[in-house]
Design a protein around this ligand. Structure first.
Ligand code: GDP
Ligand code: CO
Length: 397
């Protein structure tokens, strides 16, 4: 892959956020045949096939799924390179039809026919919930001791499993994607980001190039998602407040498609449900921004690199109504509002924005969401010992 070297960046304490990077060539071939780019003359990185292969072989791709048509999930799973490890984490309904059983059949068939490493787990599994409890990570459990519902909660479970499987990188891909080609591309871009990173603590986030919408019987390709526009605006406002310079650096506030080095995944704090992605930025500023007490001094010394890559395929997923979008915006803005890094004037703007969108009534308080501590507090030896046998077989082949 040939990818732009980011010209601009924003530093915030130990965080380095790079500007959006364009992809110039999706596949630049084998190392010895790849175009010879002299980076002093060309502002591009060239990531050879061998380099991406080496990274993808150490990566778990996590696919969170909740009641997504099987055809879509199948397309997504078929598009993930063979050498990546795959973890499907499902919170699908069991009634009237047991959708999880159908997903499990699909995954078992893929493993059988393609011989690839792939596991599926049920988010509400008693044994998995118990394994988290045994390992001292009970905050994601409900009063009955079962893992709570929510995309973020499923992702936390999957990150713990990827770490237990010894993977160095963890990438996320939503299951409701209609274009397998885009899924394949996201994985390549995750690998590209890790390949150019100089830090052990790295995050790669995708900003898709376009999203097709039907407008008056015609296709129209939009540039930014409906909730991303708002999330990005407020994240940039928070950064600008401290640096004193207006910025548009953040383009991936709501990126469902993102990847982290496992080392970074272990020291980040998480928030519940759909707010997890925007909270990444907020928690990076809270933990490593140098503003408050710093819980991970060592990480701040090493710095954290955040890459944003502009994918080439259009992003086409299940269309959600305006209520879903409004809730997503509310959840994203909530984690900003309640953060110690959010300045008072921006808090006021958040309330004004949510009230104008009727996501909040006049005078209503924006309640605080649910947060989870970093996975570093989990005892991985105990967690691995408590995992159910059949899962261990597919997870640690
Ligand atoms: P959007 O694309 O960000 O608007 O949100 P989606 O509703 O498409 O959700 C993103 C992904 O998370 C999809 O693959 C969903 O099926 C999945 N998802 C949503 N809720 C849950 C959940 O509670 N648990 C798990 N494991 N996945 C979920
Ligand atoms: Co979606």
């Amino acid at each position: 892959m040939i990818i732009e070297i980011p010209g601009e960046l924003e530093r915030f304490g130990g965080n380095i956020i790079y500007e959006l990077q364009r992809v110039l060539l999706l596949d630049s071939g084998l190392r010895k045949k790849a175009p010879d780019l002299d980076s002093s003359a060309y502002p591009y990185y060239n990531i050879s096939y061998e380099e991406s292969y080496a990274i993808e072989s150490k990566m778990s791709i996590v696919v969170p799924v909740k009641d997504v048509p099987l055809k879509l999930l199948e397309g997504v799973l078929f598009a993930i390179p063979h050498h990546c490890h795959v973890i499907v984490v499902s919170n699908s309904s069991k009634v009237p039809a047991d959708r999880f059983v159908m997903e499990k059949k699909l995954v078992d068939n893929i493993r059988k026919f393609t011989r690839r490493p792939i596991s599926i787990v049920y988010q509400k599994d008693k044994k998995l919930s118990g394994a988290l409890k045994d390992a001292g990570y009970s905050s994601v459990l409900d009063s009955k001791g079962i893992i709570k519902s929510g995309k973020g909660e499923g992702m936390i479970l999957a990150m713990a499993l990827a770490k237990a499987a010894g993977k160095k990188y963890i990438g996320f891909i939503d299951a409701d994607n209609y274009f397998p080609g885009s899924v394949h591309e996201y994985v390549k871009e995750y690998a590209a980001g890790f390949s150019i990173s100089e830090s052990r603590f790295t995050m790669v986030r995708i900003a898709w190039y376009s999203k097709p919408e039907i407008s008056k019987d015609n296709l129209f390709f939009t540039k930014q998602g409906r909730s991303s526009v708002v999330t990005n605006k407020f994240l940039n406002k928070i950064i600008s407040y401290y640096t004193g310079f207006e910025t548009e650096i953040v383009r991936t506030g709501n990126a469902g498609e993102h990847a982290l080095s496992t080392e970074l995944a272990m020291v980040l704090g998480y928030s519940s449900g759909y707010s997890i992605e925007s909270y990444h930025y907020i928690n990076l500023l809270e933990n490593f921004g140098g503003l408050d007490t710093i819980p991970y001094k060592k990480v701040m010394n090493d710095f954290i690199e955040i890459f944003q890559i502009n994918s080439r395929n259009p992003h086409f997923h299940q269309k959600k109504g305006s209520r879903h979008i409004r809730n997503m915006i509310k959840d994203s803005l909530k984690v900003m509002y309640h953060s110690s890094v959010c300045p008072e004037p921006i808090r006021e703007e958040i309330i004004q924005d949510l009230t104008a969108r009727e996501a909040l009534k006049e005078g209503e308080e924006l309640e605080k969401g649910i947060y989870y501590p970093p996975l570093a507090s989990l005892d991985f030896d105990k967690f691995k010992d408590s995992l159910p046998g059949p899962l261990t077989e597919t997870l640690l082949p």
